[in-house]
Design a protein around this ligand. Structure first.
Ligand code: CDP
Ligand code: MG
Length: 703
């Protein structure tokens, strides 16, 4: 069930890919059966050639496609009515009918569990209703989201609906980005951010209402929030707590919150026809693309858009490329297909595109990660294509290895995904797996994140909140004891906890940084080695995302040469990152410089933002900015102070053995030390593709 991304891809070159695609198109096509025996099982057997004829015929019949109306001109000329339309739109949402009942229920109960289909208006409307009802006079309304993109896009939407500027009355906060102000009364934020607010404001005094949204997602931070908000609700009777979920397993939430009442918002889901493939698909990415094209060329463009679920950014970019290539091949013979990717790291300005209405005569195909499963609502989707996979974090407490693996989704996820197509009319869902797979191989529910992740960060946060007895902490889904122990052990090794498991001064300083404990330790240690300036640059670069380098398919050689420039002297990847950052800074943060060096401007800007914030946090923990860029030794020592648990020693034939657990690992081919193979190394992270690779590697002197 594991799909390799990157290093070992079977079809590496684009030419090979193309040849393979042509082959696919030639023989077309996917065959769908239906679980419902009454339905004609070969309803969806198309042959591509026929489709081309069909398209040609329709063109000759004089079907004309209108040009897209520029969205901007529309907005300006009809600004006022657009606002009115938004207000009318609000009234058509399922939750609107229950507005008064809901407000009454909030008034009557301190804790309320709210359940309603995705798109019923929970996230955008409920905080507004509470605001209109005066709750914001007593404090802010905070609404948590498991995903950054959701927090931003929902805040943007609500600010439009309220006719205010984003960041004023309505704002959002995500890690390394705070778009709120003194005025902000509706604050959307990631669950992780609210968790951090507890550090500053343990009673959440500034809030009158906290809405833990998308509770069904059971993310790590949401899991911890449950315990914390349940606790403060006891001594803050004025605080209202809303737990909202898109799935019907609300009983569990209600039980956990001492039998809190459940408020159901009846949806109006339309029928969704579900189709399964007759046989398992060997390559779901291509299967998904073929299916999308089949729908696009055989169905009238006005009848609805397509949503495909992929597992991550890389896959989405590949799919986008293939789709562009194939539709270009068909030229004007087919209606316009607007490709809209959406994933967590997509720049905000591009995210907006998925919410724009589809122009007449065209069709939108949204390529999304799990984010579109429940977090964001995209109107106008009629067809959902579900390959049945998602990227999921897993953690092995024995080896301490955390990995992000492509895993089959659960039945609950499959149902959610299918439901995305039946929001505004009857929909169709194409599952790229068999009915047998669905019924027999998929788990019923997704395992909560707290049970499959490294808990070091959470334990540090809880400890700094003064919660010492973690074993008896009121977790809704208790984590495995072994994972808790592992986290305590790591924090002890890092010097964040003492023998009694109490937070030390180092630990207290570490907890100030919204980073992995090993990174925070590296920063705290930079004080001793007098290189805090360099270390926060490295930390910022490591946190800015994995795609610092840009490697266009037609210029790979140039890109690789540019890259080796930063590795002169085999300094190791951490120092290379530092050099990149410093060189960019010397050019006064020039975009041109990034282009010339095949470096992603976007990642660099992000690194700069992160660095600015880390600089502020240094001040807070009273570490002076100190620099010593001529001597790399102290810098490497500071890195080692945080990352010594990630030590590996070379064995024969270029493989390494981890020092702590007997595990064979390799230096990632993208590392500057991939050919050098030092005897001892420390690494930033392990990634599992074809092998277990160490990424961001620095040489360690044995002594
Ligand atoms: O939270 P829930 O899934 O119940 O719904 P919601 O996120 O409040 O979305 C309600 C409606 O707002 C959706 O059906 C969309 O029409 C609209 N919406 C939007 O247009 N753009 C957004 N960024 C978010 C919501
Ligand atoms: Mg929502």
């Amino acid at each position: 069930h594991y799909r390799d991304s990157g290093a070992g891809d079977k079809r590496n070159s684009f030419a090979e890919q193309e040849a393979w695609e042509e082959h696919q198109i030639g023989k077309a096509t996917l065959k769908y059966g239906s679980k419902d025996r009454k339905r004609k099982s070969d309803e969806f057997q198309f042959v591509f050639e026929d489709q081309i004829d069909f398209i040609k015929a329709s063109v000759m019949d004089g079907v004309e496609f209108e040009d897209e109306v520029p969205a901007e001109s529309l907005d300006k000329s009809t600004e006022k009515s657009a606002f009115e339309k938004l207000q009318e739109g609000r009234k058509t949402l399922p939750v609107y009918k229950y507005r008064d009942e809901l407000l009454q229920a909030v008034e009557d109960h301190q804790v309320l569990v709210i359940v309603g289909e995705t798109g019923s208006g929970k996230t955008t409307q409920i905080p507004q209703y509470l605001h209109e009802a005066g709750y914001t006079k007593r404090g802010k309304i905070g609404c948590t989201q498991p995903r950054r993109v959701a927090a931003m896009s929902v805040a943007a939407r609500v600010s439009q609906e309220m006719g205010v500027k984003l960041g004023h009355e309505v704002g959002y906060a995500i890690r390394f980005e705070d778009c709120t102000s003194e005025k902000t009364v509706l604050k959307y934020m990631t669950d992780g951010m609210l968790l951090r607010e507890f550090l500053v404001e343990p009673n959440l005094e500034g809030y009158s209402v906290v809405m833990v949204d998308e509770a069904h997602e059971r993310t790590l931070s949401t899991g911890i929030l449950f315990g914390l908000v349940k606790d403060i609700a006891r001594f803050r009777p004025d605080l209202k707590l809303l737990i909202s979920s898109a799935t019907l397993d609300a009983a569990k939430f209600s039980d956990y919150f001492d039998s809190a009442p459940i408020f159901k918002i009846p949806g109006r889901p339309f029928e969704v026809e579900v189709h399964y493939t007759k046989a398992p698909e060997a390559d779901y990415l291509d299967a998904a693309i073929v299916t999308a094209l089949q729908i696009h060329v055989t169905q009238q463009p006005g009848d609805g858009d397509i949503l495909i679920f992929f597992t991550g950014q890389e896959e989405i970019e590949t799919a986008e490329e293939i789709l562009k290539h194939r539709t270009r091949g068909l030229g004007t013979k087919i209606p316009e297909l607007i490709i809209c990717p959406i994933y967590a790291n997509l720049p905000t300005e591009l995210q907006a595109k998925i919410f724009e209405p589809t122009p007449e005569g065209a069709r939108k195909v949204v390529l999304a990660t799990n984010i579109a499963e429940t977090s964001v609502t995209i109107d106008g989707i009629k067809y959902v294509i579900d390959p049945g996979f998602c990227k999921m974090k897993s953690y092995n407490p024995r080896t301490g290895m955390e990995s992000l693996l492509v895993t089959p989704i659960s039945k609950a996820s499959a149902t959610q995904r299918a439901g995305r197509s039946g929001r505004t009319g009857p929909g169709k869902c194409f599952r790229l797996y068999t009915a047998y797979n669905h019924d027999n191989d998929m788990d019923d529910n997704t395992v909560p994140e707290i049970q499959r992740t490294n808990l070091a960060n959470v334990v540090l946060t809880l400890k700094s909140l003064g919660i010492h007895d973690l074993v008896h902490f009121d977790f809704m889904d208790p984590p495995p004891a072994e994972a808790l122990l592992k986290a305590l052990e790591l924090l002890f090794a890092l010097g964040a906890l003492n023998k009694l498991g109490e937070l030390t001064k180092v630990g207290r300083r570490m907890a100030e940084f919204p980073l992995d404990p090993m990174l925070s330790k590296m920063i705290v240690a930079s004080e001793k080695y007098q290189c805090s300036e360099e270390i926060i640059s490295i930390a910022a670069m490591l946190s800015a995302g994995s795609s610092i380098f840009y490697r266009p398919k037609d210029k790979q050689v140039h890109a690789d040469i540019a890259r080796t420039n930063f590795h002169t002297g085999n300094v190791g990847d951490h120092i290379a990152l530092l050099k990149i950052y410093s060189s960019w800074k010397e050019t006064n943060y020039s975009t041109q410089w990034c282009y010339e060096n095949y470096i992603q401007v976007r990642s660099m800007k992000r690194a700069r933002d992160i660095r600015d914030q880390l600089e502020g946090l240094l001040e807070r923990v009273e570490i002076k900015p100190m620099s010593n860029s001529n001597d790399l030794e102290p810098i490497k020592k500071a890195i080692t102070a945080g990352f010594f648990p990630h030590t590996a020693r070379m064995q024969k034939n270029g493989s390494y053995r981890k020092a702590k657990t007997p595990q064979t690992v390799y230096i990632h081919p993208s590392s500057g030390l991939a050919q050098v193979l030092p005897r001892w190394v420390i690494y930033h992270e392990l990634v599992l593709t074809t092998k277990e690779y160490m990424r961001q590697v620095t040489e360690l002197k044995p002594e």
